[in-house]
Design a binder for this molecule. Structure first.
Ligand code: ZN
Length: 129
C-alpha cells in the first residue's frame, strides 16, 4: 500500500500514519547496483495542516543490504530518518498532487531515501581513504 491520506481528514485533526511500505512500492531496486532492498520501509508519521500546506513529521527506517564498492564485501546498512519532516505545499508551483482528496506521500519519501543512500563502502580497518 502506498502511504496516502485523505486531506479532508486533516481539517479537524492531525493524522497518525504507521505501517510498512514494500520495497517494490518504493521502486528503488535498480537505482544503485550495490544497494539492495529486501525488507520493507517502516514508518511512523504525524500529518497536520500547517499554514498553506501540510507538515509531515516522524520516523522512517529502511534496512539496506550493500556491497562494498572497494572490496565487494556485503554489509548491512540501516537507513534511518529520525526525525524526518517534509512540508507539502497546497498552493503555488510546488503544490502536491491531490487525487480524489488523497495525497500520496510515497514520492517524497522515496526522494529522501534516495538522497540518504550510503556510499557503498564497508567500514572496516582497511576502509580508509
Ligand atoms: Zn570494503
Amino acid at each position: 500500500m502506498p502511504i496516502t491520506f485523505n486531506i479532508r481528514h486533516l481539517e479537524e485533526k492531525s493524522l497518525s500514519l504507521e505501517g510498512e511500505l514494500s520495497c517494490a512500492e518504493l521502486d528503488l531496486a535498480n537505482v544503485d547496483e550495490l544497494i539492495h532492498l529486501s525488507q520493507p520501509l517502516s514508518y511512523e508519521l504525524n500529518v497536520e495542516k500547517f499554514e498553506r500546506g501540510i507538515l509531515v513529521q516522524g520516523k522512517l527506517r529502511l534496512p539496506l543490504e550493500c556491497e562494498c564498492a572497494r572490496c565487494l564485501k556485503p554489509f548491512p546498512h540501516l537507513l534511518t530518518f529520525d526525525p524526518w519532516a517534509c512540508h507539502l505545499a497546497l498552493e503555488g508551483e510546488e503544490k502536491i498532487a491531490i487525487i480524489n482528496d488523497f495525497v500520496d506521500l510515497t514520492p517524497s519519501i522515496r526522494e529522501d531515501i534516495l538522497l540518504g543512500f550510503p556510499n557503498s563502502r564497508c567500514v572496516g580497518p582497511n576502509a580508509r581513504d
